[in-house]
Design a protein around this ligand. Structure first.
Ligand code: NAG
Ligand code: NAG
Ligand code: NAG
Ligand code: NAG
Ligand code: NAG
Ligand code: NAG
Ligand code: NAG
Ligand code: NAG
Ligand code: NAG
Ligand code: NAG
Ligand code: NAG
Ligand code: NAG
Ligand code: CU
Length: 625
């Protein structure tokens, strides 16, 4: 496997701090360009490379270091940014990376410097945070080494493995089919392969009788995977950068964006190699193409001359795997349950259609729609108005939080899919979830969605697990708490990239007054906005004379007329498809089956079947927005 180019790493200065604690500045120069790669051996494709290479360089720092990443966007045709997933960016909200939230998209040819202090430990990753970007390969591990961890003396060596899904087509090629009238149910694109550390059939040489720290990172765009090693158990010691009391486990379910660090002690004997098995969660897929390998075998190599056997699957499908329930983990610092909330946010996930017939995702009735001005710049340019959530627009779903409030988010799931939700700028306590992981995880699919009932729930843990990404079960709920002690604009969103593009997110505008006091935005950030043609002051609509005037704001599509349902749209698409293409039977709405475009969008008339009285009505499909 290619080692990341060491040349990109320059250690610029070494600052000696008090005593034996040293902090240094670590600088990476990233020239982002297209390269080609063929990680699954099935198809060579264009991927986003850094300094001419892919897999991308792993970022490695020591706790306390200053990290500087000088990014040059050398892509001729794509905007880019970088989000350092799991970093609190305490005092540096403008370095967080999500496009139109804390910065402008960096257009082709422009430069952007990320610069922040890493006062955290553990396992993170970095990825592009503009629309449809990281599934094209712009994602990699980011490791913060900590010689003071409580388990530092217990392991001899460490290695990192990323798990991901992989598409043979560029995101931009897939996206128009995904968000389209031909995919009204919002069926997600089915990956072509599942990669293990950006390749397949990996052999990881290990020594016998040795303890390893293994960092596992799920950098998928969509599909979660189960992970186990035949004949071995391991001890979980960290989740999402938070040390835990060691917990023995044999199977993990690692959702998109989640990380686990585990200690694995190898066997004393070297007569055999052992399969590392990953099994993709087929429940997330609407269709399973016959040539898609859901499970993959890689190996712990004890002996290069011994056999490398494919895994012997003891179960028939992923639903019989019982993974470790992360809500039962206890943080090593035993931070107690936060007190009752000062501020409760209670929202429900829905998937549905708007007037153009596309499938969208909603928190309550809002499908996140990026504003005209990055929300951080609205905070900074609005003076006293910053505490009024109206100025952030009707479709960014912004909630203003007071400094140091205890915030509770109750997230109910009105959808039959599971959604890994991520909060920027924090980790949060996970205090309730139903159903729990394991055999019952899909139980609520048998009836109506079950919302959280504050008067009837299992007891909250006294020292709840903390992490930054947590899975919302199908038709169930979760409840999390955090303290608003980090002034900034923080995205709370589903980390399935397709669902984020459908609008499954909202914004926490945390302590805007304190944020105004402490922010010093480098001039380069404003220059990038100018280069991208994006205004950097004003409310969500770019108005700065009257911050309550939202004329011209970006809006979500209007709703479907009353009485129309997704099923009606499915029926109409069938009729449109058969009228234009004459296909006799289209069984599934997986995107791979929808490669044809019957005429230009604006030529197509949509015959909407009214569900209740069956009177067909003709609507013009608005041209895609
Ligand atoms: C980035 O890489 C491209 C392709 O190798 C090269 O043409 C360009 O000069 C590089 N730009 C910078 C700023 O290094
Ligand atoms: C980059 O972002 C700007 C501002 O949102 C947009 O106008 C432009 O079309 C984007 N460029 C590309 C190549 O997507
Ligand atoms: C990074 O930020 C630090 C602290 O604000 C500042 O002193 C330093 O000059 C910055 N470095 C770069 C390269 O921007
Ligand atoms: C995983 O890939 C990264 C980046 O290519 C590499 O540095 C690392 O050594 C690989 N891990 C293993 C276990 O081979
Ligand atoms: C395994 O390692 C331990 C401690 O390093 C040592 O005491 C023991 O003899 C080793 N066992 C074998 C079978 O090598
Ligand atoms: C990665 O996350 C995706 C989406 O939640 C999931 O389907 C997949 O199984 C995960 N991979 C692993 C190895 O857990
Ligand atoms: C980070 O590491 C330090 C020292 O090892 C530890 O005290 C602290 O609790 C760790 N932080 C978390 C969130 O686990
Ligand atoms: C390896 O041998 C040591 C004793 O030499 C024993 O304590 C340990 O449990 C053995 N490890 C395994 C994985 O069997
Ligand atoms: C693993 O994959 C093979 C081939 O794709 C398939 O025959 C087998 O049923 C799969 N097993 C599981 C548990 O998914
Ligand atoms: C959340 O909102 C829903 C819908 O308004 C309501 O039925 C439910 O009782 C609320 N839950 C809590 C915990 O406030
Ligand atoms: C409380 O919740 C449990 C578990 O979901 C449910 O079986 C029970 O009916 C609920 N009780 C009441 C009074 O709602
Ligand atoms: C941010 O820093 C402040 C001190 O400046 C601290 O009180 C707070 O806990 C920190 N928040 C996070 C999320 O790191
Ligand atoms: Cu989702």
């Amino acid at each position: 496997m290619a080692q990341p180019a060491r040349a990109v790493l320059r250690i610029v200065t070494v600052l000696l701090l008090a005593g034996w604690c040293t902090a240094k500045t670590v600088t990476y120069d990233f020239n982002v360009t297209w390269v080609t790669a063929n990680p699954d051996g099935l198809k060579e494709r264009k991927v986003v490379g850094i300094n001419g290479q892919w897999p991308l360089p792993v970022i490695e720092v020591d706790k306390g270091d200053q990290l500087i990443v000088n990014m040059h966007n050398g892509l001729p045709d794509k905007n880019a940014t970088i989000h350092f997933h799991g970093m609190y960016q305490n005092g540096t909200n403008e370095m967080d990376g999500p496009s139109m939230v804390t910065q402008c998209p960096v257009p082709p040819g422009a430069d952007f410097t990320y610069n922040f202090t890493v006062n955290q430990n553990g396992t993170y990753w970095y990825h592009c945070h503009t629309d449809y970007c990281y599934p094209d390969g712009y994602r990699q591990a980011f490791i913060v080494h900590d010689t003071e961890s409580y388990f530092y003396d217990e392991y001899e060596e460490e290695f990192t493995i990323t798990l991901s899904d992989w598409y043979h087509e560029l995101s931009e090629g897939i996206a128009p089919d995904f968000l389209s009238v031909y995919n009204p149910t919002g069926a997600e694109p089915i990956p072509n392969a599942f990669l293990f550390n950006d390749t397949l059939n990996t052999k990881i040489p290990v020594k016998p009788n040795t303890t390893y720290l293994i960092r596992l990172i799920n950098i998928s765009a969509f599909v979660a995977q189960y992970f186990y090693i035949e004949g071995h158990t391991f001890r979980i010691v960290e989740i999402d950068g938070v040390y835990t009391e060691p917990a023995e486990a044999d199977t993990l379910y690692i959702a998109v964006a989640q990380r686990y660090a585990v200690l694995l002690t190898t066997k004393n004997s070297t007569d055999q190699n052992y399969a590392i098995v990953t099994v993709a969660d087929s429940q997330l897929l609407d269709t399973i193409p016959s040539d898609l390998h859901l499970n993959n075998t890689n190996w712990l190599e004890y002996n290069a001359n011994a056999a490398f056997d494919q895994a012997v699957m003891t179960v028939n499908d992923s639903s019989s795997l019982v993974p470790f329930d992360d809500i039962t983990l206890v943080p090593y610092d035993h931070l107690p349950l936060y007190p009752d909330p000062d501020h409760q946010i209670n929202v429900t996930v829905y998937m549905g259609n708007l007037l153009n017939g596309y499938g969208y995702a909603f928190l309550d009735n809002i499908s996140y729609t990026a504003p005209k001005v990055p929300t951080l710049f609205s905070v900074l340019s609005s003076g006293d108005m910053a505490t009024n959530s109206e100025i952030y627009g009707d479709f960014t779903h912004s909630v203003v939080l007071d400094h140091n409030d205890v915030v509770e988010i109750v997230l109910n799931n009105g959808d039959t899919g599971s959604h890994p939700f991520h909060l920027h700028g924090h980790n949060f306590q996970v205090i309730n979830r139903a159903p729990s992981y394991g055999a019952t995880f899909y139980d609520y699919l048998n009836g109506d969605p079950v919302p959280y009932d504050p008067n009837n729930h299992t007891a909250f843990p006294s020292a709840p697990a903390r992490r930054d990404t947590f899975v919302l079960p199908p038709q169930g709920y979760f409840v999390i708490r955090f303290v608003a002690d980090n002034p900034g604009v923080w995205f709370f969103h589903c980390h399935i990239d397709w669902h984020l593009a459908q609008g499954l997110g909202m914004l926490m505008v945390e302590a805007p007054t304190q944020l105004q006091e402490r922010s010093r935005i480098p001039q380069q950030h404003y220059d990038v906005c100018a280069a991208a043609g994006v205004p950097s002051k004003g409310n969500a609509a770019g108005n700065f004379n009257n911050f309550l005037d939202l004329t011209g704001q970006n809006t979500q599509q209007p709703p479907l007329p009353g009485g129309f349902t997704s099923r009606g749209i499915v029926a109409l698409v069938f009729s449109v498809l058969s009228a234009f293409v004459g296909i006799a039977s289209i069984v599934v709405y997986g995107l791979s089956d929808l490669k044809f475009h019957p005429g230009k969008d604006d030529d197509v008339q949509m015959v909407v079947e009214e569900y209740h009285d069956n009177t067909p009505t003709i609507y013009d499909i608005p041209k895609s927005s």
